[in-house]
Design a protein around this ligand. Structure first.
Ligand SMILES: C=C(O[C@@H]1C=C(C(=O)O)C=C[C@H]1O)C(=O)O
Length: 124
């Protein structure tokens, strides 16, 4: 079977406080780790989706990403509110990255800090 021409990478991180500095720091750490463990560069990415839980209001994660990774300024970014489910983990930023880089394998997903409980098999 032919390999897919894209790879989708998932990640999530829990923000400590709903303040711009904590959102910035969480996005920076999560995205840096995803690039590192997958050995890809910002320029290999076709699109990036974020969701935030509804308790986060202080900063848009796309703005945080552009602040620290200027090369994504021409990448399609999209932010949405996460579905509200009873008992859901609070203050979580989720990311979905679609890369056209030929990884030749499955991508490594990254779940950090409090969000590790969501997918322990991907905990970092
Ligand atoms: C468990 C998560 O949270 C939610 C559940 C998901 C799932 O069941 O696949 C995916 C994204 C989120 O809507 C996660 O982010 O992985």
């Amino acid at each position: 079977m032919q390999s897919p021409t894209y790879t989708a990478l998932r990640g999530a991180i829990q923000v400590e406080h709903d303040v711009p500095e904590d959102v910035d720091n969480a996005v920076k750490r999560l995205f840096s780790e995803l690039l590192l463990v997958n050995a890809i560069d910002e320029t290999d990415i076709g699109m990036i989706f974020f969701t935030m839980t509804s308790d986060l209001h202080s900063r848009n994660p796309a703005a945080s990403l552009r602040k620290f990774f200027p090369k994504v300024s021409t990448t399609a970014l999209f932010c949405m509110q996460e579905a509200e489910i009873d008992g859901m983990l609070e203050k979580v930023i989720r990311i979905l990255i679609v890369t056209t880089y030929p990884l030749g394998r499955h991508g490594e997903n990254v779940y950090m800090d409090g969000a590790r409980v969501l997918r322990p098999e991907f905990a970092r």
